[in-house]
Design a protein around this ligand. Structure first.
Ligand code: DAH
Length: 344
């Protein structure tokens, strides 16, 4: 019996140290020796056949054997677990010295940036921001702006007609009439209206069949051309810096009288003009159209020109963005090449 127990202990030592190379194999070893049908357990079962004085002796030996095997298995379990962890760490390790992947953040389009700045400047002066449809009626796009059918000035803007009466708006000026109609009793108005406009123009470095305008309209008692001048001068200095100067040239628009074209001192050469490609030597850049609101435009939309007066202006956002950022081809704004867009 003693011999048997010793040989089981030896076999168990051998099995734990060489048969069990992983936790699964170790568990098989445990079952083989300590399990319900294991070798030691079988020995214990046979104890009742032993004599009374032999029993405690053998019982002691079996318990010692069991204790040894259990402790061998416990040690081996710990060893295999730490080996498994080390293997896992080695195979799943991350090389933290590899360069990371860049997440490309989006950004605002230069036209949006410019538009936001224009809005900000006028919002600070108490203007509201109005909206109007891009598919417009002939009435609002032309007639309400003092351009009856067959008026020669309609040729100034070659428009996209959808039916005889409906077109893609060729300017943001129709929002003037729409906003005036929403007011009663000569209520004062101070608004801008940004938006897309459409014209049958070629697509080249300075033209596009679709572009962006911001319209402005101020109506109140006693508004003068001087208010227009002061407002635009303030706007241009905010937009292009304190050094920017402004110049008004007489012009014609059917909806304003008198009308002016507004120039800003060249943002490239500062107005010197010498050898400047941007202003072609003149020192000035045309930037917007403006004027005092024509009395007929006021009365057509429900205002009484003997009580109130107003001024209006309209500017192209692409042109302002080109000057502000030194962009020399308008098409860059629409190509959406990220190499261009990333620069803003
Ligand atoms: N609507 C004009 C255009 O597209 C721009 C303009 C000029 C708007 C004078 C105005 C203005 O409000 O008073 O060419």
């Amino acid at each position: 019996m003693e011999e048997k127990i010793l040989s089981i202990r030896r076999a168990a030592r051998e099995a734990v140290s060489s048969d069990a190379t992983n936790l699964k194999e170790l568990d098989a070893v445990r079952v083989r020796f300590l399990g319900k049908k294991g070798e030691l357990t079988q020995l214990l079962r046979g104890m009742n056949q032993l004599s009374a004085e032999e029993r405690p002796k053998v019982g002691k030996l079996v318990n010692e054997a069991r204790a040894e095997i259990e402790s061998l298995i416990a040690d081996k379990t710990a060893e295999l677990k730490s080996k498994e962890l080390a293997d896992k760490l080695a195979t799943e390790s991350i090389d933290i010295t590899l360069p990371g992947r860049h997440a490309h953040a989006g950004r605002l389009h230069p036209l949006t940036l410019t538009l936001n700045r224009v809005k900000e400047i006028f919002l600070q002066m108490g203007y509201t921001v109005e909206d109007g449809p891009e598919v417009e009626t002939d009435y609002y796009n032309f007639e309400a702006l003092n351009l009856p059918k067959d008026h020669p000035a309609r040729d100034m803007q070659d428009s996209f007609y959808i039916t005889d009466d409906i077109l893609l708006r060729s300017q943001t000026s129709p929002v003037q009439a729409r906003t005036m109609e929403r007011h009663k009793n000569n209520e004062p108005i101070r608004m801008i209206a940004p938006g897309r406009v459409y014209r049958r123009d070629d697509y080249d470095a300075s033209h596009s069949p679709m572009f962006t305008q911001v319209e402005g309209l101020v109506i109140d008692k006693g508004i003068t051309f001087g208010d227009l001048k002061g407002t635009l001068e303030y706007f241009l200095k905010q937009m292009f810096g304190e050094k920017a100067r402004m110049r008004l040239r007489p012009s014609f628009f059917p909806f304003t009288e008198p009308s002016a074209e507004v120039d800003v001192s060249c943002v490239m050469c500062g107005g010197h003009g010498t050898d400047c490609k941007v202003c072609r030597g003149s020192g000035w850049l045309e930037i917007l159209g403006a004027g005092s609101v024509h009395p007929d435009v006021l009365s057509m939309s429900g205002y009484d020109p003997s009580v109130v007066s107003g001024f209006a202006f309209g500017m192209g956002i692409e042109r302002i963005a080109m000057l502000k950022y030194g962009v020399d081809d308008l098409r860059l704004f629409y190509d959406n090449d990220v190499r261009f867009l990333n620069q803003f």
